[in-house]
Write a protein that binds this ligand. Structure first.
Ligand SMILES: Cc1cc2nc3c(=O)[nH]c(=O)nc-3n(C[C@H](O)[C@H](O)[C@H](O)COP(=O)(O)OP(=O)(O)OC[C@H]3O[C@@H](n4cnc5c(N)ncnc54)[C@H](O)[C@@H]3O)c2cc1C
Length: 434
């Protein structure tokens, strides 16, 4: 590649996730399928695995069916930000649903973050989980005021800590002139997503769960008390089925597809820089995100010598090299000190939003599902995966506010999200105006 894009890329540039260097995807022979299981789980990301562990421990036989290599979906492709995020802000929910209902939603969002910490610590998962805090950058004074209002409300009603940071103090957080200040949420966390998924996989297998990689589910039909699950490698019987396919939900799950809006997320890693350069750029070593419609997010890599950056979510993808160059330009716009950095890795993964912007756990035609996390699936997928397992076990603790109410679709929508690039272009226009 020549020209601007070529100069942005390191000689060893790879179209491959940075996280897979430390946590390569297992290359395994799927082996023969069992004739029957108690629970078949479709998808081996954080949702599927967080469901599998309590199910096998309760004595159920569990098979995770995965179309690709184990954990090949977004669970190992994300930025590893573990926050308390819902697409609807707390202030918006208070206005719409009243204070008490808003608190119920946000208490569960907080429980999702705590669940990740509990499973990491309880199972001794070696995946770099740390409560490093998050800096939210405000690109304008209006954004600064919006952040202050939202987090003040959250502190008063939910007890969540935060501190506003003005422009003068911001240099202790990030070497950027892109923001007029921002907020620090000191107890939010980060994780290494590739290792988190691999560690969950290890625990699930040690507990007795089976995994069939390269085994795409092509159809599910009712059979007696349970279901027949079809794959190109044969069929099996399952008493219960959980669909945990989020942004990768395909045609075998038409009812869910009509309720999910899949979209792409994009990330890059810089080549190795000096540890000093990275520490000067991101001195507080938190996760960093900005308060825009189309967010940009960055963090240090665990080695402390690279920066990981994501943006242009939902945009179209034609050429990942050109996308990598564009993301690098955005990164340098935010942190000019990183201008010597070229891109060593670029990758993309799929997420899913829903029409009401809530994640959903539920059951349709007897088949359980947990999905629709809109970019917050590390905590919400982990949490709702566990809730789905408890529901299957008949445990009342499986109840969640994200399982209440209907799961809306949109007239004539078939699962082809042609409008996502238009919506994102509109968001970009709003961000530029702001
Ligand atoms: C670039 C990017 C950055 C992100 N950053 C963050 C972040 O910082 N924090 C955060 O909380 N969230 C983030 N997310 C979102 C998060 O990664 C997802 O919400 C989460 O991983 C969803 O997990 P999951 O287990 O439900 O689905 P996935 O991990 O996507 O797994 C679904 C699996 O189902 C499999 N599958 C699909 N169909 C079939 C079939 N028919 N048969 C068998 N298998 C099938 C797929 O192959 C896939 O492996 C990000 C996402 C992306 C793409």
């Amino acid at each position: 590649m020549t020209g601007q894009a070529g100069e942005a890329l390191a000689p060893a540039f790879k179209e491959s996730p940075y996280w897979w260097e430390a946590a390569p995807r297992p290359q395994e022979d799927p082996g023969p399928l069992p004739r029957s299981v108690d629970v078949a789980i479709v998808g081996s990301g954080v949702t599927g695995l967080n469901a599998a562990i309590p199910l096998v421990r309760a004595g159920r036989s569990v098979l995770l069916l995965e179309a690709g290599a184990a954990g090949e979906g977004a669970s190992t492709l994300n930025a590893g930000f573990v926050g308390r995020t819902l697409k609807h802000s707390f202030g918006e929910l208070v206005d719409k649903l009243g204070r008490d209902r808003a608190v119920i939603f946000y208490r569960e969002v907080a429980a999702a973050l705590d669940h990740v910490e509990t499973i990491v610590k309880g199972e001794k998962l070696d995946c770099g989980f740390r409560r490093c805090g998050r800096f939210i950058g405000a690109p304008s004074t209006r954004a600064y005021d919006e952040i202050a209002r939202e987090y003040d409300l959250r502190e008063r009603h939910l007890g969540e800590p935060f501190a506003m940071v003005d422009q003068a103090a911001m240099s202790q957080e990030i070497a950027s002139r892109a923001y007029v200040g921002g907020a620090v949420i000191p107890d939010l966390a980060a994780i290494e997503p590739g290792r988190y998924q691999l560690e969950l996989l290890r625990v699930a297998r040690d507990a007795g769960a089976a995994v069939a990689p390269n085994t795409a589910v092509t159809g599910i039909t009712r059979a007696g008390d349970g279901f027949t699950v079809r794959t190109p490698r044969g069929s099996l019987e399952a008493r219960e089925v959980l669909v945990a396919t989020n942004g990768y939900t395909g045609s075998p799950f038409g009812w869910l597809r009509r309720r999910l809006i899949p979209f792409h997320g994009y990330m890059i890693a810089t080549e190795e820089l000096s540890a000093d350069t990275v520490a000067r750029a991101l001195p507080s070593d938190r996760t960093y995100i900005d308060h825009r419609h189309n967010i940009r997010y960055l963090r240090r890599a665990p080695c402390g010598r690279r920066v990981l950056f994501g943006g242009q979510t939902g945009g179209p993808i034609r050429n990942l090299k050109a996308k990598a160059a564009e993301l690098r330009r955005m990164l340098i716009e935010i942190v000019p000190d990183l201008s010597p950095a070229r891109v060593s890795h670029a990758w993309t993964g799929r997420c899913a939003a829903t029409f009401d912007l809530y994640p959903h756990l539920g059951r349709h035609d007897g088949i359980h599902y947990a999905l629709g996390y809109s970019f917050a699936g590390v905590p919400m997928g982990s949490y709702l995966g566990r809730k789905a397992a408890l529901t299957i076990l008949g445990d009342p603790a499986g109840h969640t506010v994200f399982g209440e109410g209907s799961f809306p679709s949109f007239p004539f929508y078939t699962g082809h999200p042609w409008f996502v690039p238009l919506v994102m272009a509109y968001y970009d226009w709003q961000d530029r105006r702001a």
